[in-house]
Design a protein around this ligand. Sequence first.
Ligand code: ATP
Ligand code: MG
Length: 589
Amino acid sequence: MKLWSQYFIPTLKESPADAEIASHRLLIRAGLVRKLGGGLYTYLPLGLRVVQKLTQICREEMERIGGIELAMPYLHPAAGWEEGPRWPAVREVMFRADSAGDGPRGPKEPEFVLGPTHEEVITPLAKIELTSYRDLPKTFFQIGTKFRNEIRPRYGLMRAKEFLMMDAYSFDADDAGAARSYQAMKLGYERFFQRIGAAAIAVEADTGVMGGSFSHEFMVPAEIGDDDLFYNEESGYAANREKATSALVPADLADAAPTGAIEEFATPGVVTIAALGAAPYDVPAERQFKTLVYVGDGRPFLVVLRGCDELEEAKLGALGFIKVRPATPEEIAPVLGARPGSLGAVRGTIAQPAALAGVFADHAVRLVGNGVTGANRDGVHLRGVNVARDLAIDRFGDFRRVRPGEPDPVGGRPLQVRRGIEVGHIFLLGTKYSESYGATFTDDQKTTRKFVMGCYGIGLSRTLQALIEQGHDADGIVWPWAIAPFQVLICLLDPQLPEAMALARRLAEAAERGGADVLVDDRAERPGVKFTDADLLGLPLRITIGGRGLKEGIVEMKWRRSPEVAKVPVDACEATVEAMVRERGGAAG
Ligand code: ATP
Ligand code: MG
């Protein structure tokens, strides 16, 4: 039991000006955190209690699926990262932590970096410590601080520069084993989110070069989320927009037969899909080809889509480049022969085809029979363009962004969309890291083989805030039972009365016997202030003891979630509280 008057819960009436969303405002107002700088927060005692509960439940669920806890340093020698596969891609989001003055590696190269996750530390460790197939499988996890130089930290703990993560890494002898470790982890995540009362759903996520569906993100549905989730409840399909596909293009679609020869036509000043769609050209966007130029690891490549479709940039990850960016007009003109607006992928029209790393087309272009595209000469387009006959496509793939209403790929039912907050991620890595670090073991035939790895992360501090976002009302937070900083608040309206304080102590003990943590509001404040703060804090069960009630022989009990107030006789209240708390603690969430 804690007495409010001797604890530290600095609640605020006003929210800070930079807090844009409800959960961020409530974090500050309820005295859970304070800001140090952009994306940097101090956990005040109440916030820390929630963190500790989340941490403990997470630890229990990871151990339940066989995870083994360890703790790796936050500060890493940069040289170790350079050996790994993602240094060029992630070094910009990593904080350098150099010693004073220039290190031996010179002013440009960091000596130390702060870890954004720990694949680069655990893989070399496993390389040394796990040598035989008898050591496998192993799943290690840790709970600790991660550092990322987010360009735009925002929404409080949601996107911070320093945040709390549970990260785990699995090592298996083969793909089948890795898939089992992955499934075990998925189950561990489901149990964790269920226990903490988070309405998280698993959605298929972008796998980059991996392909397949061995990546899931756990999402808490919320308007303010950064991700779009496409789903159909009946089909059971759910995927992040970055990965979502649809059954728009039938698998058995036959290539359209050409209806005639390609013809050139002049389109002076026409550089947009919309302009070509308007008079005098009147080519509907569905019949246009859109040709985009990107640069992958230094070499330009083309992506061809229907004019009506948008590129989903994340899907370019499947092409296997480490770094991808849009090409500039200056880079495009010499390679294609024209500026953006008149580009195309028709064979024989590309000025420097050998300069291209490839021409990739979205499957949906096959829906275009005889289409229109740029001639790679400024102010000229081509019509009667046939996909199979005319376009210089190296490879078809899924590159377009799906739209709500398209048939889902599982049951063909209409896709719906909602926004979500990514609270966790599981990913089958394969041998990418074991290859980089030469991390191998010997199998039962004495053959040397690479570990098949998985990596997993739960953003515990983001989850804390997502829980507030998911469950709050106009008056404040509504905590799920298991992770509430305290489950029971005993409100003393007349704290100076010795019999009131004595009863509070007995009730606190009863609640604690039932497994709850108890906060007693013994401040010398008006009842109005106490009730307002009680709603703001959002502790699940409020018990009110007042001088008048004591005369009548009753105390009041109220769940935060419900408006009803129950009057309980003083004689019965200890037993009632213990029973209520026991029952509630036994239920999930
Ligand atoms: P995002 O797409 O939101 O930037 P991410 O995909 O980069 O996140 P992961 O590398 O998958 O994140 O990290 C695992 C988990 O860590 C995420 O699911 C998220 O819950 C959490 N997380 C990631 N970045 C942040 C951050 N800047 N602040 C707080 N939590 C974060
Ligand atoms: Mg992620």
